[in-house]
Ligand binder design. Sequence first.
Ligand code: PEP
Ligand code: MG
Length: 575
Amino acid sequence: MKSISGIPASYGIAIGPAFVFDRAEIVIETYSIKDPAAEWKRFEEARKKTHLQLDEVYLKTVEESGEETAEIFNAQKLMLEDPELIKSIKTRVEKDLTNIESALYETAESYAQQLEAIDDEYLSARALDIRDVSSRCLRNLLGTTDSPADGLKTPSVIVAKDLTPSDTVLLNKDFVLGFCTAEGGSTSHTAILARGLGIPAVVGAGTEIEDIQNGEDLVIDGDAGEIVINPDPDALKEFRNRQEKFYKIKAEAEDVTHQPAVTTDGHQVEIVANIGNVEGVQAALDAGAEGVGLLRSEFLYLERSSLPSEEEQYQKYKTIADAFGDKPVILRTLDVGGDKDIPYIDMPREANPFLGVRAIRLCLSRPELFKPQLRAALRAGHGNNLKLMFPMVATVDDVIKTKEVLEECRDELKKEGYDVAEEMDIGIMIEIPSAAIMADQLSEVVDFFSIGTNDLSQYTLAADRTNAQVAQSASGFQPAVFRLIKGVIDAAHANGKWVGLCGEMAGELLAIPILLGLGLDEFSMNPPAIPFAKQLIRAISFEHAQQVAQTALNLKSDTEIREYIQIEVPEVNLG
Ligand code: PEP
Ligand code: MG
């Protein structure tokens, strides 16, 4: 028996034989051509075929995992249309007289490498998409169709270096018990797809898993992020018991996910979703979301080559807000800078971008960027429950300046004859320690807070959230972070304002009892976490949660807090 640790990517336990997914490399030859027009025609045909295949794959994925997951393939179609990419390929074919296979491969690979170099997990994961779509097109050019997925004939645990979206779609899901990959992070495609399919997964487990042989017995523990090879009989029995318990809890939680989250002693909290696009709406509603606690608007700006217009933004925001009717939808204004770079927004290089012109700071300095978004939001919020939220607020002055721009937009729109939301609630993210410390004064100038623990932890502990070496120190489970959260909730409540939390912690079962006990009003999380979170809250009492929170605040470390919760609130253990 041997065990390897990785990143937990999708809940649950998978047990079964290994299926090693070994993608045969495509061999690309480089040679000179004489007839660039004929070569380009070959490309057009292969591209057309690729588009048709992607349409099919899209439909298959919608059926298996829903529209949000399937969107990956629409995005891939757009990549193959990207004017810059096409121009570079054309130059190689027409000017350098290079064969199309080589031109396509070299150009796509150079794009992928540029994306990988960006210090952003989301964008670097898109490198895999470029490679995926270009290799599909290359296979069409070369007339090769074989896929290692064809070899999967019995229920197995998939082991791969990394899986492209196409690889995953080709796998017969009836035979996929779980996934583990050497590469990838929690936002990698394997993680997203596994969560969409509800299949246990561990990603980023390192090269050690490449030694796993076909047919070896494996256990994937998606909760702990552990892969066990050839488990001994006692360990296997233990995993089987946990697996059985997990399935029971999951089925029960999903059955009642449309009911509210009320503790055994009658304290109700709101459970809402984090989404990043129109496609996320259905998944959120299906999961039992009572609204949207964080609509990350920057995703509308990524994966395109120019700014979205006010009209485009208006349409998207309105579609999302209307879909939730009178349930709240909190639109967060553009949060770029830091680790999120948008190539067409000209941002100067900074030595410390996380401490630089990021989010609201950028927007306040660039009205041409900010005002169309605010105008779109004010228009979209007419007749529904859209709320606006500003990221990276550090001072009361930031809020005052922001509200001035908002009022300016409202006046302009009214003069232009638009219907606008008259009473739109305004909130801020509490993700900078100064904002947490000034929560009493800030709560006088806004309607609500949403705590962003992903950033609040990194700024409190001075540990870059994207740096794997210190990311562990940036954990939101540090008592220092919980103490700040307590201060924020108390200050807001003293002023009659409500507080939500939309960092990853809101959906972590180990954190929920503490946050609940501290008096958090709203929990905003990825849709798949909703049934589990609601079920946990229904299983405990508010009184117990309050005691647990009090004790946790006085513990000394992240580890002590985690261990304490596991023992004190056994309902957090899914398996
Ligand atoms: C956060 O910082 O907790 C948050 C939700 O925002 P983001 O992860 O988008 O920075
Ligand atoms: Mg943040």
